[in-house]
Design a protein around this ligand. Sequence first.
Ligand code: NCD
Length: 311
Amino acid sequence: MGAHHLEFKGRDIISIEDFSQAEINHILNVTAQMEPYAKGGSDLLKGKILATLFFEPSTRTRLSFETAMLKLGGSYIGFAEPDVSSARKGENLADTIRTVENYADVIALRHSLEGSAKLAAEFSKVPIINAGTGAEEHPTQALIDLYTIRKEKGKLDGLKIALVGDLRYGRTVHSLAYGLAKYNVELFLVSPETLRMRKDVIQGIKNRIPVAENVNLEKIIPQLDVLYVTRIQKERFLDAAEYAKVKGAYRVDLKAIEKAKKDLAILHPLPRVDEIAPEVDNTPQAKYFTQVWNGVVVRMALLSLVLGAVS
Ligand code: NCD
């Protein structure tokens, strides 16, 4: 499938920053080629095994990785909570990885510790895919977001995109900001004061693209092409009182999008709590469930690429 100078076989997917714009474009192109397989199935990864090691809760990420593997004719093993694994007995991550690499051809790992995917990759013989590391990164979600934006808007360059919500603890917005900064987009950051984008991420992107911080959503909504909404990451707050102050701080409802473009695309990595009113679901702008479908297709592409079934 084209572009032979790009090498994906055997590669880890740890950070979106490890990938150039050309590599990301290639992943998105391979994803588009996976759409028929996502609908009709295939045996591209027959005999291959994916391990999903999820030390943190998940619905979409784990199930879509497993679905992706099944649609490619492969199979999966794994656990959805650490309490049923030997982590409960005190086994460290490095030993878990050096065990599971004997069972699986590729490992998708979700863990609360920042740097855990990188550490796993140092010990693993098989590719590690970061399925979310604490508040740090979630690179495969960012690829889903980029794929969804490109599919809905027909391009990435030239778009005005707002990231709304918990920009401090939300890992998806960190990976997405880095990913978008590889394109020619204009970024608007909207969040409660205490949940502003982490400094290291801001530093990493603001010399590459225009970034407006501390923006009022109402003022910019008419010019936006993409509105990316996120959940307040309650579980990452060190203190319940701090969470109580920002709980329910923003909500996208019909009134909030009244002056928005007809072709605005509203995205959300999900799960949603109360930051998007259910009444928005029936608008043509709501794309967050299309995004869920895209998650399967993107992960089919990633698994096929790192296992060398496509290049
Ligand atoms: C996100 C996550 O786990 O980081 N969910 C996802 O993978 N789509 C977002 C969240 O938990 O808010």
